[in-house]
Design a protein around this ligand. Structure first.
Ligand SMILES: CC(C)(COP(=O)(O)OP(=O)(O)OC[C@H]1O[C@@H](n2cnc3c(N)ncnc32)[C@H](O)[C@@H]1OP(=O)(O)O)[C@@H](O)C(=O)NCCC(=O)NCCS
Length: 94
């Protein structure tokens, strides 16, 4: 399962993306029979990588010159979170 995200410029840097990705990871692990969730970001995209790190994703490596976009070959960082590393929120336990 792979996720991606984009926020309209006026709503960036307010913590919304981190909040939504955290909730989405909870939803995916609780509702789908999956062992990992992955995301790819441009290696220069600090905001996106911070969102993933703060959500518990780990960097798996760099996919070098994996995509041609706006006139250049770009490197993408591959991040993942595994089910066994994911901490189920206590609030959801009965
Ligand atoms: C990536 C994106 C979704 C992040 O959304 P956001 O709601 O602004 O993210 P948050 O507010 O949750 O911030 C996450 C972290 O990134 C940091 N950050 C946000 N914008 C940043 C920027 N321009 N440069 C450096 N760091 C930045 C924040 O400070 C925060 O880190 P911190 O907690 O250590 O301070 C948003 O910037 C965006 O839509 N970008 C354009 C599309 C894009 O790049 N999508 C990702 C493709 S993989």
């Amino acid at each position: 399962m792979e996720i991606g995200f984009t926020l309209i410029p006026s709503e960036r840097k307010k913590g919304y993306c981190t909040e939504v990705v955290k909730l989405f990871v909870v939803f995916l692990f609780l509702s789908k029979d999956i062992v990992r969730i992955q995301a790819r970001t441009d290696t220069r995209n600090i905001a996106s990588q911070r969102v993933l790190e703060k959500t518990g994703f780990k960097k798996e490596g760099v996919l070098r010159k994996i995509i041609f976009m706006r006139g250049e070959w770009r490197d993408l960082s591959l991040f993942n979170i595994l089910r066994e590393e994911w901490k189920e929120p206590k609030i959801l336990k009965f």
